[in-house]
Structure formats: structure tokens, C-alpha cells
Design a protein around this ligand. Structure first.
Ligand code: ADP
Length: 488
């Protein structure tokens, strides 16, 4: 791969080594798809002490960095994943990078500012030790959003792409964090110039310092540019747009995620009761449903599921408030997730109240997730907003029809009435109405089969998205060259 584009992807989670949500799926799948189209992609993440398969990683070197007025050692561990043999590097430091659940707002930000600084030095390590000079550092979410500022501070001539997977999480903390890095205030682009700022918005800095910014669907890109979905960050987005960067670089591009069919494929999935594909799904899916309902002690009737983080964003409030009108419809509702204690408690209360119809499993359980995707008839996705969403794509592959709110990536991946159902976001009435519509479809065998088959055959492979990223990387390199020429 000597002549190809060299990209280093940085993020806080990478499946299958460590996964807590959709970003983990993306970080584990996109580099494989990039290598399939001849992009030399490597990955870097922190070396938490609870990584899976960590025994397979070999120590390949170390370097030191100055942080908080002390010198810290960072060890580099290397491993490979997928048929494509993607190199992944884990940066290890006992004090800052061992724990995945650091508590305290500033502590967690400190952890990732440390990681971002370590990644900048790791770029030099790759040049020195591996003779690998990268073209683009691809940062993902706030955890890695300070890298563009840091590499600018270090005068590394490296272009950057920041992909926003969720704008809500921004990494807001004390401005004092900059002292740990020896970065001066004036190197930041904190909003409110002239006013003493006391808060650093890490994602905001990334939005303003990265060579390009993207997000994970076209509709979400439009939603976050047009409206103040999250007030605090809107200023950074509009400032980027207004700065009139060359080549339209101020705009936020939208590239839909794909799913990894090596992991999510009912015809090869050994975690489910029976394997099936679009040509023989009826028998296989029926077996999966029977096994799931037996496990959960639920009767055989139309089965709706919810799988996801129990965070406000995911709209469980709408689902739970709709239960009084849903339960009489004689359906099963299975909820799998964990997250905010108040939402977990509300789900448990719903199970208690509607014992015959609702099961709430408060857990992070990938094995059970596979069984629920395969064994349900419909998946409910009442998100208030959804940058991309992977669960609808996974469910469709398993012949489970999504019923989702019309927002972000859900709107971009589901064709209403053709391979799923969309309803007006945030409307409890529209949500309940679409469940009734779903039951109507379920009762009309011919139409139901047609929708299931269309959904199963829909192509959400990463191939298409990888090509779109390649085009974006090339645009970034071009604008980097232009801006270097201007500053000469
Ligand atoms: P987000 O990134 O906002 O969490 P996505 O829909 O993009 O949401 O991705 C969620 C991913 O995490 C999917 O792969 C889903 O199967 C998985 N997931 C979410 N919650 C759980 C859970 N409780 N147990 C197992 N897998 C889960």
C-alpha cells in the first residue's frame, strides 16, 4: 500500500476491542472498508485495562510527552483486526489512559486531552519508527477533537477531518486544561473574543481548527447547521460557516455510516437460534422469534423491540408514555438498554406495570442484542434526534422492520412505507398511530413480506460510505495544499 492515501483514525472506542455505542461499530468497520479501496488506514485508541483481546497486542515502542508540567511515558501496543489486517495501536499510560470510566467532568476531559496530545506525538512516532507519514488524521467526536489544535500548535503539517457522531457531547471543562498543554489562550478559538472565558468547549475547538468537518448523515448535517439543536455549540458551527474558508470548507459534509456485514448478518450469525437470508427468512426468523419469546416468557404475538442507550435522545419517554394506548393492542414490547438511572427506572416501572406485555432488560448485552434483532418483528426508534443510527440498518438486515422518527440518519436510511415506517419526530400521537399502521401491515401478509424482503436486501455496506470518505479526504488534501500556498 505504499503509494496510497494514509489515514490515521482516532477515537475512544473501536469494536471489537471496546464498544459502548455506534462509534465503536464505525471505528471497527470503516478502516476495513477503506483498506478495501486501497486507502492505508490505521487506527489509534487508548489502552484501557478492560480491552478485550489485549493479550494479542504487542508492545512496539514508547515515547514521552510533557503534560501538566511533568514528563509522562506512553507505551505503544500494536495489533491487527479483520481480514484486511487493519493495524490498530493502543496508547498506554497508567495514570491517564487505563480507565474507561473516569468520573468527574474535568477528569474525563483531562484524560482525552492527554490522549489527544499523545496522538500528536504518536504521529511523529509513526514517522520515525514505522516510516509512515500520514496524510490525514481523522478525528471522531469530542474525545479526539483537540488534535487539530494541538498539531497546529506543534506545527505539524497534517490535514485533519473531524467527524461529529453526536453534537450533544462536547467535552466542556475548565479553560485551565490549556495550561496542562502549554497552549496559549490566543491559539484557541473560544467564542466571545475579548471576554475572559472560563470554559473550554473541546468539540467547538475541533469544529474551528479541523481542516474539514463532517457528520454522519446529510439530514443531520442540515439540521445542525440550520437550527440550534444544541445551543452552546451552534456559535462554533455558524462561525465556521461564516469564516468563508476556501473551497466551501466551512460547510459540514454528511456521509451516512454503514454496517459491518461480517458482524451483522443473519445468514452467518452464530449467536441466533437459526440462520436465514432474504430468500428463506420466514422459517429462520420464526425459530428465532420462538426462542426469544420462550426465553423472555412472552406469548406469540407481534413483537416490537427497542435496543439502545437509555439516554434522553433515544426517545424512550415517548415510548413509555404511549404504553397505555399500545398495551391493549395485544403486542410484546422488549426494551434492551442501559444508561441514565432515571430512564432505566422508568423502563423497569413500565415492566412492573405491564407484566404481560413489556420486558425491560437493563444491561449492555451484545449476545442478547443479536437475538432480539433476529427475533422481533419491528424495532421502535422514537429518537428525538439521531445523527445516523445503526440499529435501523442492523434490524433491516435481520428482517425486522424499523418504525422510526423522521430525523437525521433515520430519514436518510428508511423509505417510508417501502422498507420501514417513518413518523413525525417528537409526536407521541404520530408514534402511536404508526404502531397501528405497522400492525395493519403485519396483518397483510403480501405487503408485510414485500417490506421485509426489501429491507433485508437494502445495501448498507460500508463500501459506498468508504468511497465518499475517500473523495472527502482528497478534497481535504487539496485545500491543505492551497492554504499552505496562501500562507507562504
Ligand atoms: P448510538 O451510537 O447513539 O449509541 P447507534 O444506533 O448508532 O446509537 O448504535 C448503537 C449500537 O450499540 C448498535 O450496534 C447497538 O446494537 C448497540 N447497543 C446499544 N445498546 C446496547 C445494549 N444495551 N446491548 C447491546 N448492544 C447495544
Amino acid at each position: 500500500m505504499n503509494q496510497s492515501l494514509r489515514v490515521l483514525m482516532a477515537g475512544y472506542e473501536v469494536a471489537p476491542f471496546y464498544k459502548r455505542g455506534g462509534l465503536g461499530d464505525v471505528m471497527g468497520a470503516l478502516p476495513k472498508a477503506l483498506r478495501d479501496i486501497n486507502i492505508d488506514a490505521k487506527v489509534v485508541m487508548p489502552h484501557y485495562n478492560n480491552l478485550t483481546m489485549q493479550n494479542e497486542a504487542q508492545k512496539v515502542g514508547e515515547f514521552s510527552i510533557e503534560f501538566d508540567n511533568s514528563i509522562h511515558q506512553v507505551s505503544v501496543y500494536e495489533s491487527f483486526f479483520g481480514l484486511q489486517h487493519v493495524p490498530i495501536y493502543f496508547l498506554s499510560n497508567k495514570l491517564y489512559l487505563s480507565y474507561d470510566n473516569v468520573r468527574g467532568k474535568n477528569k474525563r476531559i483531562e484524560q482525552f486531552v492527554f490522549f489527544d496530545l499523545a496522538v500528536a506525538y504518536f504521529i511523529l512516532f509513526l514517522q520515525r519508527e514505522k516510516k509512515w507519514r500520514l496524510d490525514i488524521i481523522h478525528c471522531n467526536d469530542w474525545h479526539t477533537a483537540l488534535i487539530p489544535l494541538i498539531i497546529g500548535h506543534m506545527n505539524l503539517s497534517v490535514a485533519s477531518l473531524l467527524t461529529i457522531h453526536n453534537l450533544k457531547y462536547q467535552g466542556k471543562g475548565s479553560i485551565r486544561i490549556l495550561d496542562l498543554l502549554h497552549v496559549k489562550d490566543e491559539e484557541t478559538k473560544i467564542l466571545k473574543p475579548g471576554i475572559a472565558a472560563n470554559e473550554l468547549n473541546v468539540l467547538g475547538e475541533g469544529i474551528l481548527h479541523a481542516t474539514r468537518v463532517s457528520t454522519v448523515s446529510k439530514t443531520y448535517a442540515k439540521e445542525i447547521t440550520d437550527r440550534k439543536i444544541h445551543d452552546e455549540i451552534y456559535g462554533f458551527i455558524s462561525r465556521r460557516a461564516q469564516e468563508g474558508l476556501p473551497n466551501g470548507d466551512g460547510k459540514i459534509s454528511g456521509i451516512l455510516n454503514g454496517i459491518d456485514y461480517d458482524v451483522w448478518n443473519p445468514s452467518s450469525d452464530t449467536q441466533i437460534e437459526a440462520q436465514y437470508s432474504a430468500s428463506n427468512w420466514q422459517e429462520g426468523k420464526a425459530k428465532c422469534k420462538k426462542a426469544l419469546l420462550q426465553d423472555l416468557q412472552m406469548p406469540d404475538r407481534p413483537t416490537f423491540c427497542f435496543i439502545g442507550r437509555m439516554a434522553k435522545q433515544k426517545g424512550l419517554d415517548i415510548l413509555i408514555r404511549s404504553l397505555p394506548s399500545l398495551v391493549p393492542l395485544n403486542i410484546n414490547i422488549i426494551l434492551l438498554g442501559m444508561g441514565e438511572p432515571s430512564i432505566e427506572a422508568a423502563a423497569k416501572r413500565a415492566e412492573e406495570k405491564y407484566k404481560d406485555s413489556v420486558r425491560a432488560i437493563i444491561d449492555y448485552n451484545e449476545d442478547l442484542a443479536h437475538k432480539i434483532y433476529a427475533g422481533s418483528d419491528f424495532i421502535l426508534i422514537p429518537s428525538h434526534y439521531e445523527p445516523c443510527g445503526l440499529i435501523q440498518m442492523i434490524a433491516m438486515k435481520y428482517g425486522t422492520i424499523p418504525l422510526a422518527s423522521q430525523t437525521g440518519g433515520l430519514a436518510d436510511s428508511i423509505l417510508n412505507g417501502k422498507d420501514g415506517l417513518l413518523y413525525q419526530a417528537n409526536s407521541k400521537r404520530a408514534f402511536a398511530k404508526s404502531i397501528k399502521k405497522a400492525l395493519g401491515i403485519y396483518g397483510d401478509i403480501k405487503r408485510y413480506h414485500h417490506i421485509v424482503e426489501r429491507a433485508m436486501k437494502k445495501d448498507f455496506s460500508w463500501r459506498k460510505s468508504a468511497r465518499a470518505y475517500k473523495a472527502l479526504y482528497l478534497e481535504i488534501l487539496e485545500s491543505q495544499i492551497k492554504s499552505e500556498e496562501v500562507s507562504k
